[in-house]
Design a protein around this ligand. Structure first.
Ligand code: SF4
Length: 384
């Protein structure tokens, strides 16, 4: 892939995605903003924003070992929770003023359980989110969201009004619109961002106040448009998988002759695909979005057809030649997802490569060889 001048606005976004703390978040904290950690995309972030705090995606970026965390998890716990909890025990996430969890998967829940035992921990609430859709489940979900709002109000000593929720929806929707514009720019034969950059830009959106993020996104889009598309990928790849946020990993995938033009990640393209209705009563709109309207998450039962259709649509819209999926060691959720995807991709004649990886990239040689072979086979299919 050729080296080209990168837009100025990309730098702070990349910085925010590749470190736990970042200067923009620090500045916001200096100005009295509270920061609330969350894990995975079904957490209704508008509630945190409406309380005047910044939602922050909890992760283990920068971890180089799991020596502290190992005592707290069984051998079957995934690598992501080990590295993340290690960073927590090493005080690397001590800038968090609050943290909220939900029943995303049993591995992630163990972070919640263990963290609660640490004196002075920031955890203040756990949301039970139904895994099935339906009227009964939705009524239960509404109660859970009301409890989550109450807990957030008590934690930060604020009252969350309808007007606060309305403003938060507008702010998050603005982010979604800008991100969707960026994805739209990746659809042409020539594209504006490398996949590693695109994924980092999306991660930055859950690492800093959205007001700052939206400004940076506007600058980035303007700079990219002024510069014009810089890459003409011979092989267009879609990346999907369980939690992975290492730049090194994405660069490794892209340095073998193919380019990621789009992702199907919860914090990536899926988070900007649908807007929250701004006309409805704000709490109803938030509940409808997170319960029924946003692209289904892997944990949601009976949504496999919807998820696979979403993948197929991305492959078509972005003219993708091949799909790379990765699963973090011991992640059972993505073991099932890769299994489902395997059948779907084979049936549709879409080439796919499944990887199993550590949260902190290892076995680079093996991954490199497999990606190289995959890209070569795609090239020969296209007579390149
Ligand atoms: S990587 Fe998989 S097992 Fe680990 S927390 Fe995420 S979904 Fe759960």
């Amino acid at each position: 892939m050729q080296n080209v001048d990168r837009p100025k606005a990309l730098k702070p976004l990349m910085e925010a995605a590749t470190a736990l703390n970042n200067p923009i978040l620090q500045k916001a904290k200096g100005n009295g903003k509270k920061v609330v950690g969350f894990l995975y995309q079904e957490t209704p972030l508008e509630i945190i924003t409406a309380a005047g705090a910044v939602p922050y995606f909890i992760r283990g970026t920068g971890s180089d070992g799991t020596e502290y965390a190992d005592a707290f998890f069984r051998n079957l716990a995934c690598n992501y929770v080990r590295h993340t909890y290690n960073q927590i025990l090493d005080d690397q996430l001590d800038f968090l003023d609050g943290a909220v969890f939900y029943n995303s998967c049993d591995h992630a829940r163990r972070i919640y359980d263990n963290w609660l035992t640490v004196p002075g921990n920031p955890v203040y609430h756990f949301i039970y989110i139904p895994k099935k859709r339906g009227d009964l489940a939705k009524a239960f979900y509404r109660e859970e969201i009301e409890k989550y709002i109450k807990a957030t109000e008590e934690k930060f000593g604020v009252k969350i009004t309808d007007e606060d929720l309305r403003k938060a929806i507008k702010l998050h929707n603005e982010t979604r619109r800008l991100q969707a514009e960026l994805y739209e720019m990746q659809k042409g034969d020539e594209v504006y961002l490398k996949g590693s950059e695109l994924i980092a830009v999306m991660m930055a959106g859950i690492s800093m106040p959205l007001e700052d993020y939206n400004e940076l996104l506007k600058e980035l889009i303007a700079e990219l448009k002024a510069q014009g598309p810089q890459y003409k990928p011979a092989i267009r790849l879609l990346y999907t998988g369980g939690h992975a946020d290492s730049q090194e990993f994405f660069e490794l995938l892209e340095n073998q002759g193919g380019q990621i033009v789009v992702d199907n990640l919860g914090f990536g393209s899926r988070s900007s695909a649908v807007l929250i209705d701004e006309e409805k009563a704000p709490l109803d709109a938030i509940i409808d979005y997170y319960f029924d309207e946003m692209p289904a998450a892997t944990r949601q039962m009976h949504t496999q057809d919807e998820r696979l259709d979403q993948l197929g649509k991305l492959v078509e819209d972005y003219k993708v030649d091949g799909v790379i999926s990765s699963r973090i060691y011991m992640c059972d959720m993505w073991a099932f997802e890769q299994y489902l995807m395997r059948g779907y991709l084979a049936e549709k004649g879409i080439p796919g490569l499944e990887l199993e990886v550590d949260y902190v990239p290892d076995s680079q040689g093996q991954i490199r060889t497999r990606v190289q072979a995959f890209v070569e086979s795609l090239k020969s299919q296209k007579n390149l």
